[in-house]
Write a protein that binds this ligand. Structure first.
Ligand code: PHE
Length: 445
């Protein structure tokens, strides 16, 4: 299989572009708010450190040594003939599920780019009404912004990975970080900051349930783009002499830092305005606009830049969700990129529309299954079930089915033996046991 290679920093940029997205700035804060703060954050951080980074490296390894799409990678690397391991590669389709509801949120952000110029709500109550009004009632506008987001994402993907992603990332990631730092310094000066720090970093164990543990683990998978073949797929294009270990750690560290920054900023404003942290999926859209509004015309500018940068962070992640299934369809089924994209795009558009409608008053009843709206079902199914399951499979595959010598030969230039053994132990035992325990715990308790 012929694939274009990333440039040396290209892989880190693309992987960071995938990892850093709405998961950090939209999802992490609101999940933290809904699951009681500190304890959720601690479990999330522990999962990233002890499970996430190791799995990230395992995915890089699979992509790097197979240099194939995820399905073919599992098939060719497995020592068993006629094996069933290729089915693990179907994790690529989880990306399609994620992209469906993710595109809806990118659509919301587009609306907020407009709002930040023309109609910033002046207080948090109005901001809440505006967000909930949009999601619950404004079907036409949401469909419009969703369609634009969808078209833009498909257009970027149709241009191919390397060219499309690298260029966009190069400008917008630093822009986003810059705005976050700016907002962070502003946040430090407010009273709510201290409260935000203790909310995020002082665990209240009474808030921990089997649900919140699974949510924290799921969020760690989601934010690092694990368990959907994204990292496997991007690693196919790695230049030969990239330091795999260093790249994985840099991406995970950067991703975590951005989520924590976003959390601190958003909760500072939430507490500053005396609002509840449990605003659900609207948290970022409810907490920041009133603040921008207080800053006068500067607020319009910063708000505008913030939502533009956030949209692009979302888009670079979105692109990376669909790339694994595209590579699978073009590589294995010899489809043209165009055909693969139209099939996947159709599925995404239909599922996304249903997700969008499931939040509206008019359709929420018909699109509800066992008490959960379709939007939330897509999110829960992918982050809390399919990604962790795929994570377990990746760990078992790397730990028990790929020859250890082969793995060692690939990783040893970048790790000393002690760290290698620690990583291998984590992959073989810790990840399968810990992640299964969390999932089983959720079923029974
Ligand atoms: N990691 C991305 C984010 O935090 C989401 C993502 C999930 C991207 C799965 C690719 C694959 O927004």
């Amino acid at each position: 299989m012929k694939v274009a290679r990333f440039s040396k920093v290209g892989f880190i940029l693309a992987a960071a572009g995938s990892a850093v997205g709405l998961g950090n700035i939209w999802k992490f804060p609101y999940m933290t708010g809904e699951n009681g703060g500190g304890a959720f954050v601690l479990i999330y951080l522990l999962t990233i450190t002890f499970i996430g980074v190791s799995l990230f490296l395992a995915e890089v390894l699979i992509g790097q040594i197979s240099r194939k799409d995820a399905v073919s990678a599992f098939e060719t690397l497995s020592p068993i003939k006629n094996n069933i391991w290729k089915y693990a590669g179907y994790m690529v389709f989880t990306g399609v599920l994620v992209l469906s509801f993710y595109t809806v949120v990118v659509g919301w952000i587009f609306k907020y780019i407009y709002i930040s110029i023309f109609s910033l709500p002046t207080d948090i109550k109005l901001a809440g009404d505006a967000f909930n009004g949009m999601v619950g009632n404004e079907i036409g506008i949401q469909l419009f912004t969703f369609t634009i987001a969808f078209a833009l994402i498909i257009w970027i993907v149709s241009k191919g990975v390397i060219k499309g992603i690298e260029k966009v990332n190069l400008v917008l990631m630093p822009a986003l970080i810059f705005i976050l730092v700016l907002l962070f310094f502003y946040a430090i000066s407010l009273d709510g900051f201290g409260q935000a720090v203790s909310f995020l970093f002082v665990p209240d164990w009474s808030k921990v349930t089997s649900n919140s543990i699974l949510a924290a683990v799921g969020q760690a998978f989601f934010t690092l783009s694990l368990g959907v073949g994204t990292i496997i797929t991007y690693a196919v294009s790695l230049p030969k002499d990239t330091n795999l270990v260093k790249s994985s750690i840099i991406v995970a560290a950067m991703d975590t830092a951005i989520a924590l920054f976003a959390g601190l900023i958003i909760f500072t404003f939430i507490f500053h305005f005396n609002a509840a942290p449990t605003q659900g999926a609207g948290l970022v859209f409810i907490s920041l606009p009133p603040l921008f509004s207080q800053m006068g015309i500067m607020g319009n500018v910063i708000g505008f830049l913030f939502f533009v940068a956030l949209a692009f962070a979302g888009i670079t992640s979105a692109v990376s969700m669909i790339e694994p299934s595209i590579l699978y369809l073009t590589n294995r089924h010899k489809m043209s990129r165009k055909k693969a994209l139209s099939i996947l795009g159709t599925a995404i558009y239909i599922l996304g529309t249903l997700a969008l409608l499931s939040n509206t008053k008019e359709f929420s009843e018909v699109l509800k299954f066992s008490g959960k709206g379709f939007f939330n079902i897509l999110d829960f199914l992918s982050s809390s079930i399919l990604m962790p399951l795929a994570g377990i499979m990746i760990a078992i595959f790397v730990g028990y089915f790929i020859q250890k010598e082969r793995i060692y030969a690939t990783l040893s230039p970048y790790l000393n033996d002690r760290v290698f053994n620690l990583w291998y132990f984590t992959i073989k035992y810790i990840i399968p046991i810990a992640v299964s325990a969390v999932m089983i715990n959720k079923i029974f308790f």
